[in-house]
Ligand binder design. Structure first.
Ligand SMILES: Cc1ncc(COP(=O)(O)O)c(C=O)c1O
Length: 387
């Protein structure tokens, strides 16, 4: 019995994943494998720290203390062999907010921002809502693995992009970019003077045969031209605490970023956000290693279930993240028919592929970060919906 086998009822906790399905998908009692959070408790060390903080019971204004910055720096060093100075860190509620802040800080209206679809929906939204222009260099699916088309990537940069929004590891494609790929991205971005915004929120959720490399850690030049976004929210299931960190080595860029935050009226994280973040990065490592083993088992289960019962569906190799990206194109259904079957016949909510932009058509994204019994339930519903 694993600690992750515990099934926890999340109803009446204002959970987006469990309680907004009726509002968004029109039906109650749908099995939710969509929004990217986990149905697990965080590490005991985090719960203990939060409980202690609540027992203290005074929640006045807070700042992020040096001990939290040190915990983050130590974590990056230990897990990713990336040595940073705590002074390079700044903070934001969420990574999406931080990305939007960076877009506001380093571009002006009408500037072009590069991304690689299919990709996390808010990448498009934050560019467009800030009146910047999305430039897309779509990923290419070769066999079971997404690759970068470097010719298209370079052509996009040649047209003059100010920022490149890198999703590393990639949601929903599940890629953990190799050193060679990151080096090539880095060389091209330096050559065309394009700043890199590297969203590394999934960087701790890596299956054991793969290795995440922070692009800023590759060399001195790239460390000066990269803004890296990390958070304990995916890794330790703390999204509701709304705490993330941004690593900016370059002093001028960090000042620009902080000035935008200041203009927005943002000054610090919440008391519980700070406490949870620090405890997670300081004491969460053993828990995380167990989590990754558990997610691997869930992934293996899903892959063999799909192979046996739904051979028309291909699961794209997931190297990191707790998300599966399923290629359903051989079913011959439109995206609407696919959604209708999932919801009406399977009573199952998965993320529809078209949300992730060009290349997402005919795909769905499945969140497998839940107890095994719930994964089994989800797979049975998938079979019921699509068989
Ligand atoms: C790539 C990526 N970035 C950011 C986020 C969300 O970050 P936050 O909740 O901190 O805004 C997600 C959540 O799914 C994600 O997949």
């Amino acid at each position: 019995m694993s600690m992750f086998d515990e099934r926890i009822n999340r109803i009446n906790t204002a959970s987006v994943k469990w309680e907004l399905t009726k509002q968004i998908f029109g039906e109650a009692d749908l099995w939710p494998m969509w929004v990217a959070d986990m149905d697990f408790k965080p590490p005991h060390a985090v719960l203990d720290a939060l409980q202690k903080r609540v027992e203290h019971s005074v929640f006045g204004y807070t700042f992020v203390p040096d001990t939290a910055a040190k915990a983050i720096a130590d974590w990056l060093d230990k897990r990713h062999q990336w040595t940073i100075q705590p002074s390079w860190l700044t903070y934001c509620g969420g990574v999406v907010q931080a990305i939007s802040t960076a877009i506001q800080s380093f571009t002006k209206e009408g500037d072009r921002v590069l991304l690689q679809s299919p990709v996390y929906t808010p990448f498009f939204n934050m560019i467009e809502k800030n009146n910047r222009v999305v430039v897309n260099s779509p990923l290419v699916l070769e066999g079971n693995r997404y690759k970068i088309d470097f010719e298209s990537f370079e052509n996009a940069l040649k047209e003059g992009c100010k920022l490149f929004l890198l999703c590393s590891p990639h949601n929903p494609a599940g890629r953990v970019w190799t050193k060679e790929e990151l080096q090539k991205i880095g060389e091209l971005c330096l050559q065309y003077d394009c700043l890199i915004l590297s969203d590394e929120i999934h960087s701790d959720l890596i299956y054991k045969q793969y290795k995440h490399i922070p692009i800023a850690s590759l060399n001195e030049e790239l460390s000066e031209k990269t803004i890296t976004f990390i958070a304990p929210s995916k890794t330790f299931n703390l999204a509701g605490l709304q705490a993330s960190a941004v690593v900016i080595k370059n002093d001028a860029l960090r000042k620009q970023f902080n000035a935008t935050l200041n203009r927005q009226g943002f000054f610090s994280l919440s008391a519980l956000g700070i406490t949870g973040m620090e405890a997670a990065y300081r004491d969460g490592e053993a828990w995380l290693d167990e989590l990754i083993d558990y997610l691997q088992e869930n992934k293996d289960y899903c892959l063999s279930f799909i192979q046996e019962h739904l051979p028309e569906i291909t699961s794209i190799e997931s190297e990191g993240t707790y998300l599966l990206w399923l290629d359903c194109r051989k079913l011959g259904l439109t995206d609407q028919q696919l959604q209708d079957a999932l919801i009406q016949k399977g009573k199952l909510v998965l993320e529809p592929g078209p949300k992730y932009g060009p290349g997402g058509e005919g795909f769905v994204r499945v969140n497998i970060a839940c107890p095994k019994a719930d994964v089994i339930e989800g797979m049975n519903r998938l079979k019921k919906a699509l068989k």
